[in-house]
Design a protein around this ligand. Sequence first.
Ligand code: XUL
Ligand code: CO
Length: 441
Amino acid sequence: MAVIGDKEYFKGIPEIRFEGKDSDNPLAYKFYNAEQKVAGKTMREHFKFAMAYWHTLCGTGGDPFGPGTKVFPWAIHSDPIQAAKDKADAAFEFLTKMGFDYYCFHDFDLVDEAKNLVESEKRVHQIVDYLKQKQEASDVKLLWGTANCFSNPKYMNGAASNPDFKVLAHAGAQVKIALDATIALGGENYVFWGGREGYMSLLNTDMKLEQDNIGRFLNMARDYARKQGFKGSFFIEPKPMEPTKHQYDFDAATSINSIRQYGLENDFKLNIEVNHATLAQHTFQHELQVAANAGMLGSIDANRGDYQNGWDTDQFPNNVLETAEAMLVLLKSGGLQGGGINFDAKTRRNSTDLEDIFIAHIGGADTFARALLVADAVLSNSKYEELLAKRYASYETGEGAAFIKGNLKLEDLSNYAKTNGEPEQLSGKQELYENIINQHL
Ligand code: XUL
Ligand code: CO
């Protein structure tokens, strides 16, 4: 049963249930059936769906051309603590009605930032106590917390990459607040998205110092959290641009390099966001594969971009084909390590009904569920795996296998090439692979 509290914000919206693909009820799951087992795990376990506090409860639709369009009934109280409690009530009502087990937040999504750090910290503590009670009264858990070190104008030149040590120290204080909140709420992970960690012009930038400082800063944050008993993973969330022109965590490969360079590989993994991948000119599945290959596929921020424009539109996922290719990576690599699927997505500015928030999340969950079923069918009922194995079969036996074992020298390659003639032309058969995926959609 939904734990609703005194007020009901989403009136008339029932608990969302699975009704199957023939249902015409917009407030029902068509594919996400939480307890259905796929490849040995329930959908609930595969996905660990999470709501992003910032978009779902704070984002009213403002853009550079006009203010927000949405009036949220939980955002009217003038007292910041009461307003934060109302928002938390709305969050938990939404989560329980959706049947989602997790949420994610930035420190100042939970409660408005005060005029100074000391006051802000007090506010966060107060609302964390309230959230703790709400978690205890429900099955909802915290997937990850993070600090917003990019909105406040003091971070206009970066946070841990700031040329001014005083600003870096403020970022440290804020990360400490967010870590304390995450730990107090039993958060399973902690995220660092670069925010304004990057630069606009190399002319005024000491890139090496800035990157080294981020490395030092992340080590300090890790050490502090471990000292407080935090056992979860830290995730870096790569993004190539926006807000800065050159973000230091450009993509998965760049971030993995930094993680290793600064000695963070035992504690840090990646949180891969769909729209960040496409902004970096990669596919979502490419970024997942790069992370998985490094043993760092931690979590996913689910959304989608727009093929015609080049910014972070954060739309809800609805591309089953793209998501199915991503779920192939997920299933083959053994799933997410500690994280889940956080809907870092917002309804469009002109989707102004409260029910639109439910409809959008239902669509996102159904997209992932349908994609998982497709990927599972491809792996278990098609020739996909066999075709792929055949493509690399030359490394299974003979000289190919010896090469893999490290038993050959360059001279051996040369001798083999000279004595075995020209290679046959072997088709990559890309269209055949594409047709197999389509057949199972
Ligand atoms: C920004 C973004 C953030 C992070 C958390 O593009 O994705 O919301 O997920 O700071
Ligand atoms: Co994100």
